[in-house]
Design a protein around this ligand. Structure first.
Ligand SMILES: [Zn+2]
Length: 305
């Protein structure tokens, strides 16, 4: 019986979406499972705000107790002639077709069972919206299940407010602010990292130039980016480490025309204190924080020998 109610609410929901979007929608399929229901709607773009507005309207229609009535037409063509906005869930309907109407709201050709009034659905809740290829999946629940999910979601929301120290009325603003602060901090960290990395003093033995340094709390991808840029120079070797937690990230790279086997040297000197690998000219790995200074020193000594 639960499916019948979820299915009827789905008619009302798609009807609301159609009104908001001003177009007849194609619903590829609707799944009704124990854990909830999913409508697969073929549409290039579907905003969350539109979905939420439709959800709101469906609950109003439920409260009004809109009637659900079924009529039979001789054929799908005949039905479409009478009802131009008719939505057909099944494209290949042959012969007689049953049209289900939610009073002054929605008409759809459908052979399944429906509630007699939307009131039976009691409560309609959208629980997830996600895009998958050319269609959107909208998960929803009705009745008691919807209420239980609503209570659980509200509990989770209050806990999120607690974690963020946010007021429930300004939660979205707080989240936006935190994200923008985080992006700004990441930009500052990168600028600082660039400054630190560009301060490395090169060491040379006449034929090889080495850029070696150990840093703390930089962004790991920035080390790789820096090494990638620097090894474009002839005879250049980059050997840098970034200490974050217990392990330091290490990048060991050289100009592609050189002979040094970075892979071999890294495993030889890092030994049991590290792990890593890559190409002979570009190795990334991690080395125990306590050992990293000595390992890098020994690799440098070997290279410049
Ligand atoms: Zn139906």
């Amino acid at each position: 019986m639960h499916d019948r109610l979820a299915h009827t609410a789905e008619h009302a929901f798609i009807g609301s979406l159609q009104k908001l979007l001003g177009q007849t929608l194609r619903v590829r399929k609707v799944e009704h499972k124990g854990a909830g229901n999913t409508a697969f709607i073929v549409i290039p773009q579907l905003d969350l705000d539109t979905v939420l507005e439709a959800e709101y309207e469906v609950n109003s229609l439920i409260a009004e107790g809109r009637q659900v009535v079924a009529r039979t037409y001789a054929s799908l063509e005949e039905a479409k002639k009478q009802l131009p906005s008719l939505r057909a869930n099944e494209e290949r309907i042959a012969g007689e077709v049953r049209v289900v109407e939610i009073e002054n709201h929605d008409v759809a050709a459908c052979a399944m069972d429906h509630a007699g009034s939307l009131q039976e659905c009691d409560f309609f809740l959208v629980t997830r919206v996600s895009k998958s290829g050319r269609e959107y999946e909208v998960d929803f629940a009705v009745g008691r299940q919807a209420k239980e999910i609503a209570v659980a979601l509200s509990a989770r929301l209050l806990k999120v407010c607690g974690e963020l120290g946010a007021n429930i009325n300004t939660l979205e603003n707080t989240a936006r602010k935190l994200r923008s602060e985080n992006e700004s901090n990441a930009r500052k960290l990168r600028a600082l990292g660039r400054e630190k990395l560009s301060g490395i003093q090169p060491v040379t033995n006449g034929s090889i130039t080495l850029l070696k340094g150990i840093f703390e709390n930089l962004a790991d991808d920035q080390l790789q980016e820096f090494a990638g840029e620097k090894i474009a120079d002839a005879n250049m070797v980059v050997l840098i480490a970034n200490v974050g937690g217990e392990m330091a990230s290490v990048v060991f790279a050289r100009n592609e025309k050189m002979e040094i086997d970075c892979n071999r040297l890294f495993s030889q000197f890092a030994g049991a204190d590290g792990r890593g690998g890559g190409k002979p000219h570009f190795v990334t790995g991690v080395i125990n924080k306590e050992a990293v200074s000595e390992v890098l020193g020994r690799i440098a000594e070997e290279i410049l020998r």
